[in-house]
Design a binder for this molecule. Structure first.
Ligand SMILES: C[S@@+](CC[C@H](N)C(=O)[O-])C[C@H]1O[C@@H](n2cnc3c(N)ncnc32)[C@H](O)[C@@H]1O
Length: 208
């Protein structure tokens, strides 16, 4: 086997592991994980489009999962003080800490995002990459997380999330868009990313 073939085999193996870890997390807690597969590279790239973090524009990733988006985000992160990832599931956090030793991964609840950020002592948050499954989270949890996000938006921030096409008109998906639109204006919506299971849109709001 030549080096290219062995690299391909290794990355296929990693991908299978990632899918398996994700599926295990889903079966353990389907409503909190909210999807049967991690985001595709195409969706991950769309989520990272134009994100240029540094110590004064920290990127906050909510609901890191197996790190499908983190892999791409990592390329734009210049140092450890420019990224905080928050994930609830303890097994996923173990995996993330192993796979991304150079990033700050915190096991925690996105309902406590602001205090987790304050404890880090990091600079201003410039970007929030949000992968939380609002559609399947309890209403009150979704509401608490949106209030946390407001605390960063008030200081000037880019907020980006994705919504699955099939759930785009579910009440909780609409509620998130209305909450954001009423405060920060209309979202910039991407074209549908069809190479994802399931297909999804990204939505971006920005405050200055
Ligand atoms: C749809 S998955 C997205 C995972 C990954 N970012 C991706 O795009 O493949 C949602 C993730 O959010 C996590 N999660 C759900 N509720 C959470 C909460 N309240 N706080 C932090 N993470 C949460 C789940 O454990 C899961 O890993």
């Amino acid at each position: 086997m030549n080096p290219a073939q062995s690299r391909r085999r290794r990355s296929k193996g990693l991908l299978m592991n990632e899918n398996l870890e994700f599926l295990q997390a889903f079966f353990k807690n389907p409503l909190k994980v909210g999807s049967i597969a991690p985001s595709s590279p195409e969706l991950a790239q769309k989520m990272c489009d134009g994100i240029c973090p540094d110590e004064a524009n920290v990127v906050l990733e909510l609901g890191v999962g197996t790190g499908a988006i983190t892999k791409f985000l990592q390329e734009a992160v210049p140092n450890k003080e420019s990224y905080i990832g928050i994930e609830l599931d303890k097994d996923l956090v173990k995996l993330l800490k192993r796979n991304f030793p150079e990033l700050k991964i915190v096991r925690g609840n996105a309902c406590d995002t602001f205090s987790i950020y304050q404890k880090s002592g990091f600079g201003k948050v410039g970007y929030i990459i949000c992968c939380l499954p609002f559609v399947s989270l309890p209403n009150e949890v979704g509401e608490r997380i949106l209030l946390e996000i407001d605390k960063f938006m008030e200081k000037g921030c880019v907020f980006r999330t994705f919504q699955y096409a099939h759930g785009y008109y579910f009440p909780s998906a609409i509620k998130l868009r209305e909450h954001m639109r009423d405060r920060y204006g209309k979202a910039k919506r991407s074209r549908i990313v069809v190479k994802n299971v399931p297909p999804a849109y990204t939505l971006t709001w920005k405050t200055t």
